[in-house]
Design a protein around this ligand. Structure first.
Ligand SMILES: Cc1ncc(C[n+]2csc(CCOP(=O)(O)OP(=O)(O)O)c2C)c(N)n1
Length: 378
């Protein structure tokens, strides 16, 4: 694709058509536009939501208060989180709320992508149709995009229902953000992952979260010549790693189970912490690497640095929770963590960024699953 959509002209087209409220969960295909919104949306007019369903609800609240149309941006995997409010809140069969969805189309048929995007990529258009959400593909040409937007806004307003603009890979022109997450911590996520792994035994089980955490874990295992089958790399299903780990820990009391999570992932389904706190067995150990950002898709800020995760964990019923921001502290706290009964939490404060040459797992998710199950049963 040669023509690229200028973020400023699309943003201006939105605001001039009355779409002045922005919310969503970032996506790598939308990262240029997300960065532009982060820099240019008026105060209080942009919220990076906990999850995509919450973003739909935020735009709904904005409409109730102002009659205005909000824009909800998301990766198409986030449609999974948004189905409930799209069918039971914004649907014309219920309240009939107009809003615009801007959906990054990962796994578009014919475009090579990761396994976790294939099914959703194939069904995205059909799924929107099933949800009664009319949609079109956002053109990369500025004028065509403005016309497409105009038709979308007219549709939303006339029909009192959502409309989706699908965004193909490479649609937006590069945009360099002015706002970077402040690097208050020097530790990288990769160094944190390595330090956690160094504190584990060869019998311990790891469930790692979506994004670069799992890729860094995989590469470290390969570099150390470790058995790769002790890790379950959760390539999709953002925010659910802790519950996968909880399911394993409950069924395998003889194994120490570690969940290596991210702040964005934890916040996406934070209610799961209350379930861990209440039902988490003694062999459940939660490590959250908090870099204050959705680093894997462009480092858009989360509220990770504005909250006290260990306090949340203790309030949810975890037996013990602590925080580290250096390799030495990780080593010390991991010794404590392994010595006491779970559920326990270690938050690791880190900075954003990753190696430019970071690879991806060479095995398929299915191969990972079988090897992991064999390891658990060995
Ligand atoms: C439901 C859903 N929404 C959005 C995404 C896109 N996505 C993949 S990784 C990621 C960021 C994860 O952030 P965090 O857990 O803080 O880990 P970090 O990347 O910062 O290490 C996002 C938003 C996704 N995979 N699934």
């Amino acid at each position: 694709m040669n023509v690229k959509l200028d973020c400023a002209s699309f943003f201006n087209a939105l605001t001039s058509q009355g779409v002045g409220y922005f919310t969503g969960v970032p996506d790598s295909l939308l990262k240029e536009f997300c960065a532009y919104v982060q820099d240019h949306a008026a105060g209080g007019r942009h919220i990076i939501a906990a999850n995509e369903g919450a973003a739909v609800a935020l735009a709904c609240g904005h409409h109730l208060a102002t009659r205005g149309i909000g824009l909800v941006y998301m990766q198409n995997s986030g449609l999974g989180n948004a189905v409930n409010p799209l069918t039971s809140l914004t649907s014309p069969l219920v309240y009939g709320i107009p809003l615009l969805l801007l959906v990054g189309w990962r796994g578009e048929p014919g475009v090579p992508d990761e396994p976790q995007h294939r099914q959703m990529g194939e069904i995205t258009e059909a799924m929107l149709s099933t949800l009664g959400v009319a949609h079109s593909i956002l053109p990369a040409d500025d004028l065509e995009a403005a016309e497409c937007l105009n038709a979308a806004v007219r549709h939303c307003t006339a029909e009192n229902r959502p409309y989706a603009l699908l965004v193909k890979a490479g649609t937006f022109a590069p945009y360099e953000s002015r706002a970077h997450v402040e690097a208050s911590f020097s530790l990288t996520r990769e160094a944190a992952v390595c330090a956690v792994v160094d504190s584990l035994t060869e019998h311990d089980v790891v469930v790692s979260t979506t994004g670069k955490t799992s890729r860094e874990l995989y590469e470290y295992r390969v570099s150390k010549g470790h058995d790769l089958s002790r890790d379950f790399l959760t390539v999709g299903s953002m925010g659910h790693a802790s519950q996968i780990a909880l399911g394993i820990a409950g069924a395998r009391p003889e194994r120490e189970v570690y969940c290596i999570d991210g702040d964005g992932s934890t916040i996406m389904h934070m209610g799961s912490m209350a379930i861990v706190g209440t039902h988490g067995p003694r062999n459940f150990r939660h490590v959250i690497i908090n870099n204050g950002a959705h680093d894997s898709v462009g480092a858009q800020p989360t509220v990770g640095f504005q909250m006290d995760l260990p306090a949340v964990a203790v309030a949810c019923g975890y037996r013990y929770a602590m925080c580290a921001s250096t390799i030495d502290q990780i080593g010390q706290h991991m010794r404590t963590l392994t010595a006491c009964d779970g559920p326990v939490l270690l938050e690791i404060k880190a900075r954003t960024g990753s190696r430019a040459d970071l690879g991806r797992p060479q095995s398929t998710p299915e191969q990972n699953k079988f090897a992991f199950m064999d390891f658990l049963n060995a």
